[in-house]
Design a protein around this ligand. Sequence first.
Ligand code: SF4
Length: 283
Amino acid sequence: MEIEIKSQSDDEIVFIVRDAEVPFINAIRRCAMVNVPKIAIEDVNIVRNDSAMFNEVLAHRLGLTPLVSNLDAIEGLPLPEDEGWEYDEEKDTWADNIKKGVLFELKEVGPKAEGESKVIYSKHLISSDETIKPVYDTIPLVKLKKDEVIDIEAVAKVGYGKDHAKWIPTTVCAYKQYPKITFNEDKEVDYDCALACPRGVLKSDRRSKHIKILDIENCTMCKSCVRASSNGYINVGYHENDFIFRIETDGSMPPKEVLLKACDKLGEKADKFIRFSEEGGSK
Ligand code: SF4
């Protein structure tokens, strides 16, 4: 198997995997989405909410606010599989619950003047841990009118995407098989197929009487070019075992970290399965 990184930024990585199988690539995709630990607001204590927004909607909005969640930042925080991770109102006090995660406070007052309003943004969330804070400052949370007060305490905990979408670190996690475009050279060149491509993959070159492939990796295999060609000049298919993989995150953690952690998790699962098989075989 060969891996080649095509591009990488703070929130997106695109790489090509050659000579792999669909189930393996799909297992990595699934692990990246649902098995990589990430921190998000889980428990919310609304002391006062004078705004027009329902408490439940506000709590949901806080939960979906991406928080800085790189592996160094969440190191040492309890995981859902650890005992006592879940807040039990009957047994625990709110102070006990705070010890299991990172405390956020949101205490704001609306404007003094009649008719004015104030938008409360994610930057107004005050964290008890300076490394774990909202990724973006400008996510609107709630709007306050004259003298309205909002007073909220919330605890962010580490969780997995398999339990709730707020813990999914990826916004895009997808692969496609590597496109393959061929031309039937025994047929007359059909320039209509290049005109039909919505992605700028094909370019007519009338001087040399052929069609150039400008960027095959940009091809979505939509086959608009095939449908536009009246004489079957172009064929679009894919390489069975080569893939273009793209991971984009919500900014909470670098995409490379998501990928590495997903591979670790897949390795752990495979080890567990091997141990289970071996133990089962020896019985
Ligand atoms: S399959 Fe679609 S994207 Fe690919 S070359 Fe043809 S028209 Fe363009």
